[in-house]
Design a binder for this molecule. Structure first.
Ligand code: PLA
Length: 408
């Protein structure tokens, strides 16, 4: 080999991530009016990232607790955190928890929980195909493929109604191989903002159980959709309380604002306590060679908040305030477009649920808004409502209006 040449000369440059790459481009822009509506990260009315007050309080007491050490956690993470996380998603009266049928392990936020869950299923579940909604969070297919599953899609969103393609969903779930794994967003579907109603969830549950399919819930936004932790967990609880099995990945990135702490949990609800114990022993074998054991700090913050009644109550208030601010941004943007007489029906902005609006703007319109208005968003037309503020709504509305009327 040429002594001057690199062993990596053949490596081709990979494209930036479709979501996180938006922030990379935003950071390079020098414009004072630039606006990042790409990644789903909560901002205050002042456009600043938010550290929750309860998180500050919990961290303060952790720092001052001289008994705390920095030893390795067990492979499954902080036991207290796992218990409290299961209670948060399944409910304090969950029969599955009471029966000791739930295995919960601390993982690296939502993504890590999905990955560990996927790999466990690829190793130990008889059906290796996972069906994900079309469209879904862009990382889902990559996470599950690398976990060793084969990924297929089921119909979910109907662009013509900007709503759920419920008929298509039922048809597709009906024609999967029996036992297939089905991925659901527990609430606040990303990117569409479209969730099934409770009644539709009931029908989906019947179909899943009657066909022996395995539901895998991605719960990245509990509390962010409606402002209520319990309301946003209803889909999951419906499945966890019927005696059947399911898998759930939880993230505390959004609902506790712990984006960079990488704290989340994977739960597997099993038929019996005996099965659950064996499943846990195998999940440990997935984790140990992957990252050995999870980080301690974020999980300690979460546990401190979940176990203290006052901190927990204060958290629910802060969470509701974030959800309410996002909802108020929906109304402000909708009204701003009405006021400009922007062509088209924009009522989906106020109907959609959660952090994002799936605007319906196409790739060219998005590129136009970035070039002319310094507004950064994913090329599928998704905007993070949590990145907007009353101050920036007019700028966004001007950009959408111009994109729709000029660039169409
Ligand atoms: N699942 C869904 C549906 C998500 O939207 C996200 C994050 C995750 C899991 C993973 O989150 P976590 O690993 O940080 O807990 N989606 C973000 C960020 C907010 C991202 O793409 O990483 C998004 O902008 O879509």
């Amino acid at each position: 080999m040429d002594s001057q040449g690199s062993s990596f000369d053949h490596v081709v440059r990979a494209p930036e991530d479709p979501i996180l790459g938006v922030t990379v481009a935003y950071n390079k822009d020098q414009s004072p009016v630039k606006l990042n509506l790409g990644v789903g990260a909560y901002r205050t009315e002042e456009g600043k990232p938010l550290v929750l007050n309860v998180v500050r309080q919990a961290e303060h007491s952790l720092v001052n607790d001289k008994a705390r050490v920095k030893e390795y956690l067990p492979i499954v993470g902080l036991a207290e955190f796992n218990k409290l996380s299961a209670k948060l998603i399944f409910g304090s009266d969950s029969s599955a928890i009471q029966d000791n049928r739930v295995v919960t392990v601390q993982c690296l936020s939502g993504t890590g929980s999905l990955r560990v869950g996927g790999e466990f299923l690829a190793k130990h579940y008889h059906e290796r195909t996972i069906y994900i909604p079309a469209p879904t969070w862009g990382n889902h297919p990559k996470v599950f493929t690398l976990a060793g599953l084969s990924v297929k899609t089921y119909r979910y969103y109907d662009p013509s109604t900007r709503g759920l393609d419920f008929q298509g969903l039922l048809e597709d779930l009906n024609s999967t191989p029996s036992g297939a794994i089905i991925l659901f967003h527990a609430c606040a579907h990303n990117p569409t903002g479209v969730d099934p109603t409770l009644e539709q969830w009931g029908q989906i549950r019947q179909l899943i159980r009657s066909r022996g399919l395995l539901p895998f819930f991605d719960s990245a936004y509990q509390g962010f959709a409606s402002g209520s932790l319990d309301a946003d967990a209803q889909s999951v609880r419906m499945f966890a309380s019927d005696g059947g099995e399911c898998v759930v990945a939880q993230s505390y990135a959004k609902n506790m604002g712990l984006y960079g702490e990488r704290v989340g949990a994977l739960s597997i609800v099993c038929k019996t306590a005996d099965v659950a114990g064996r499943v846990e022993s195998q999940v440990k074998l997935v984790i140990r060679p992957m990252y050995s054991n999870p980080p301690i700090h974020g999980a300690s913050i979460v546990a401190a908040i979940l176990k203290d009644r006052d901190l927990y109550n204060e958290w629910t208030i802060e969470l509701k305030a974030m959800a309410d601010r996002i909802i108020s941004m929906r109304y402000q943007l909708f009204e701003a477009l009405q006021a400009r007489g922007t062509p088209g029906d924009w009522s989906h902005i106020i109907k959609q649920i959660g952090m994002f609006t799936f605007t319906g703007l196409n790739t060219e319109q998005v590129a136009f808004m970035t070039k002319e208005y310094h507004i950064y968003m994913t090329s599928d037309g998704r905007i993070s409502m949590a990145g907007l503020s009353s101050r920036t709504v007019p700028h966004l509305a001007d950009a959408i209006h111009a994109a729709v009327t000029k660039a169409a």
